[in-house]
Design a protein around this ligand. Structure first.
Ligand code: EPS
Length: 388
C-alpha cells in the first residue's frame, strides 16, 4: 500500500512528509520536487510569507544513488520563518478557521491549532505528490492542475487547449499569473483580486485536475471503500478551505437527462494498441470514472475553494477569555491562494492515482509494475479478441 502522512507547524521547524510503500527504482528528480514546491508558493494574490520562504524538500531516507529503494521516504521542507515559541496565544477565533473548535477540542488554545491547520502544511502534500508524479511519468501518466475560476470570474479553458499534450498545457499555464489555461484573458480575475486586497477581503475559486494516460481498471466497483472516485474526493476535500468536489461534469449532470449525461461507447480499431484498448468516447462527462473505476479516458476532478478566512477586515467573533463581542484576530495571510491550491490539488490527485496503481498492480519495483500493466493490457486485448 502506498500512503503518506505529514507533520509540522506553519512556524515550527519545518514540514515533513512520510511516504510509505513507494516502489523501488524510480529516479528521484529533486529539481522537479523543488519546482512543484516553488509553484505552490506562487500565483497572483499571495501574501508576505512567500517572500520569506524558498521551499525545497530534503530527501532524508529511502533514496540511494538517485533512485528510490522501496524503503520509506521522509521528505523535509524547512521553515525559514521558524518562530513558533515566541508567537502569542490568540483569544479571538477566526470564523471559517479551525480556531474555535480546535481550541475547545484540544484545550491547548488557538495558537497550536492554527499552526497545524495552516495551509503551509500543504508543502508536505505537494512534496509527496511530486514524488508520486515522478513515478507516474515513468508509466506514461501525466497530471495537470489549473485554475478554472477566481471568485466568480470564469477561466474555463478553450476545448482546443485541452486537446494539447500535457506538456503544452503546462507551457500555456506557465504564461498565466493565476495558473489558468487562459493566459492573456485574466484581466478581470486579477482586477478582482486587486479589488479584494484594497478592501481587506479574500477570494476563493475553482481548480481542476486532469490525469492523462491512466490505464483501465484503477479502483474497483466491488466495495465502496475502494472506489477511486471516493478516494479522489476525499483527497481533494481534505485540502484546506475546500468545500466542494466533483468528478467530470459533476453537479451539472444532476440537471441533465440521461440521454445527454453519459458517454457513448464507440470503437476505433487503430487505437487497439493504446491505453484506451480501442474504445472511443465522444464525450467525457463521467470524467474518466464509471462505477469507481478508470475507463481509459482522462480523469477530470474539480474542487471549490472557499475564500481564506483570515480577513484584514475581520468578521465578528467572541473573545474566549472575556466572552465579549470582538473582531476576529488577523494574522498575515493571502488575498487569494487559488493558484497555490491548484498545485496542491494536482499533487494530492497524483498521489491517489499512484496509490491506486500500486493497489491494482502491486509490485515492489517500478519495473515489476510496468511489466504487470503490460500483462494486464495484453490479457484484456486477448479477452476482447475472444482468445479467452
Ligand atoms: C501559507 C503560509 C501561511 C499563510 C497561509 C498559507 O504563512 P503565514 O501564516 O506565516 O503568513 O500565508 O496560510 C493560511 C492561509 C492559513 O489560513 O493558515 C503557505 O505556505 O501556503
Amino acid at each position: 500500500m502506498l500512503t503518506y502522512k505529514t507533520a509540522g507547524e506553519s512556524h515550527g521547524k519545518g514540514i515533513a512528509a512520510f511516504v510509505d510503500g513507494f516502489p523501488a527504482g524510480v529516479a528521484i528528480d529533486e529539481a522537479f520536487i523543488a519546482s512543484e514546491l516553488r509553484r505552490r508558493q506562487g500565483g497572483y494574490g499571495r501574501g508576505g510569507r512567500q517572500t520569506i520562504e524558498t521551499d525545497a524538500a530534503e530527501v532524508m531516507t529511502g533514496v540511494l544513488a538517485g533512485k528510490s529503494t522501496g524503503a520509506p521516504i521522509l521528505l523535509w521542507v524547512k521553515n525559514r520563518d521558524y518562530k513558533i515559541e515566541s508567537m502569542p496565544q490568540l483569544t479571538r477565533p477566526r470564523p471559517g478557521h479551525g480556531d474555535l473548535t480546535g481550541s475547545i477540542k484540544y484545550g491547548v488554545g488557538i495558537r497550536p491549532i492554527l499552526e497545524r491547520a495552516s495551509a503551509r502544511e500543504t508543502a508536505g502534500r505537494v512534496a509527496a505528490g511530486a514524488l508520486a508524479q515522478l513515478f507516474l511519468k515513468e508509466l506514461g501518466i501525466e497530471v495537470v492542475g489549473y485554475v478554472e475560476a477566481v471568485g466568480g470570474v470564469d477561466l474555463t479553458p478553450d476545448e482546443s487547449v485541452l486537446t494539447l499534450s500535457p506538456e503544452e498545457q503546462r507551457k500555456a499555464r506557465a504564461g498565466s499569473a493565476l495558473y489558468s489555461l487562459r493566459p492573456g484573458a485574466e484581466k478581470d480575475a486579477t482586477a478582482l483580486v486587486d479589488e479584494m486586497k484594497t478592501r481587506g477581503d479574500t477570494l476563493g475559486g475553482v481548480t481542476t485536475v486532469r490525469v492523462y494516460g491512466a490505464p483501465f481498471g484503477l479502483g474497483t466497483h466491488a466495495q465502496w471503500s475502494t472506489k477511486l472516485d471516493g478516494a479522489l474526493a476525499k483527497a481533494v476535500m481534505a485540502i484546506q478551505a475546500y468545500k466542494g468536489v466533483e468528478i467530470g461534469d459533476g453537479f451539472k449532470l444532476a440537471a441533465t437527462p440521461g440521454s445527454q449525461a453519459h458517454d457513448e461507447i464507440l470503437w476505433d480499431d487503430s487505437e487497439r494498441a493504446e491505453r484506451t484498448l480501442g474504445f472511443k468516447r465522444p464525450t467525457n462527462r463521467a470524467g474518466g470514472l464509471e462505477a469507481g473505476m478508470t475507463n481509459g479516458q482522462p480523469i477530470v476532478v474539480r474542487g471549490a475553494m472557499k475564500p481564506i478566512p483570515t480577513l484584514r477586515r475581520p468578521l465578528r467573533s467572541i473573545d474566549l477569555t472575556s466572552k465579549e463581542q470582538v473582531e476576529a484576530s488577523f494574522e498575515r495571510s493571502d488575498v487569494c491562494a487559488i493558484s497555490a491550491a491548484s498545485v496542491v490539488m494536482e499533487n494530492v490527485v497524483a498521489f491517489e492515482i499512484a496509490a491506486a496503481i500500486v493497489e491494482k498492480f502491486g509490485g515492489d519495483s517500478l519495473q515489476e509494475i510496468k511489466d504487470r500493466i503490460e500483462l494486464f493490457e495484453a490479457s484484456a486485448r486477448k479477452r476482447l479478441e475472444g482468445e479467452y
